[in-house]
Ligand binder design. Sequence first.
Ligand code: DI6
Ligand code: FE
Length: 405
Amino acid sequence: MGDHYVLTEAHLATLEGPAAYGALAAGAVAVSAGRIVWCGPMAAVPDAYADWPRQALAGRLVTPGLIDCHTHIVFGGDRAGEFEMRLKGASYEEVARAGGGIVSTVAATRAADIVTLVETALPRLAQLIAEGVTTIEVKSGYGLDRETELNMLRAARRLGQQQNVTIRTSFLGAHAVPPEFAGRADAYLDEVCLPTLRAAHAEGLVDAVDGFCETIAFSPDQIARVFDLAAELNLPVKLHAEQLSHQGGAALAADRGALSVDHVEYATEADASAMAEAGSVAVLLPGAFYTLRETQAPPVEYFRQHGVAMALATDCNPGSSPLTSLLLALNMGCTLFRLTPEEALAGVTVNAARALGLADRGRIAAGLRADLAIWDVEHPAELAYRIGFNPLHARITGGILEKTT
Ligand code: DI6
Ligand code: FE
């Protein structure tokens, strides 16, 4: 198909308007120059598009292209050994304190060159793309020295150049304290993290600034220093907060107008209220909850009551969430966190776009990017309901149709 066409006989889940899923049976979508120019009932296709080429979808479901708004897909090595340790009873924090955890991935990532970082991330990216993902956020945070942090972000940018997918980067220099700064977290921030953020920004490598606020990582005061520099550089912020304990990160992030607060298992009602006020999205990461066999689920009911938008993401990383299926994250979001399938789908489309500060995608509406996923299912709830089944029929990125079968 060329530059402009009309998709017809589509069951649309637009994620817009009052109907559940923004659903529209017998719908049509007109696409031109990579944008959606019109969507509505097939019977009402405007004359202007009447003689455009048509692609009939035989009643297939069409959703916005999926957005994985929290991943760490660029890293070196793997952590299967740590998985074995945890199965024998060691906790995630114990593994981290014993020199495993994030720090062991740091060693492997420092040892990898940029070509290796790209090549080892590609199969993970391919898995996500195969499930209809069209936008992926990728974090640094396994370098923790200047050159490797920059290399991770450069590798992330290369992934976006090599594959038909939008990559958004987050600088996560405040992910862990590297071994050479053990016990000197503030010195690490001053000497490495903050200067590296400046350098990465100057190279155009940073779309947002993230941090890990936890007893095994950084305190709210330390994260605040990173956020101060982000503000100076005019970069939006987001934060891993209240994952394993309540440290006050969510309140700090909300106070700084964060795009999102991620994990949030231990967030309180006051946190939910502050996040609602700030418009920060709660990014729920059931893959990490599942892998670490956590028992405290995020306070979904508070998020609903206070009107906090909820997103779902894979958190794909070698330690706490070796997950490359966003569809499985949908299923886990429903089964483990009791989201409705509609909330789950909103969590990987409209709300995930918000968590990345992207206003041009995540819904099916005129003016937005033509990033779409076409599914061999009848009802949108099926996307969350099945386990280990991939019903993707085709993906459209920036108007370009890619058939999977
Ligand atoms: N929270 C997470 O879920 C990942 N990072 C973080 O701050 C885990 C990273 C890892 O274990 O390698
Ligand atoms: Fe994470």
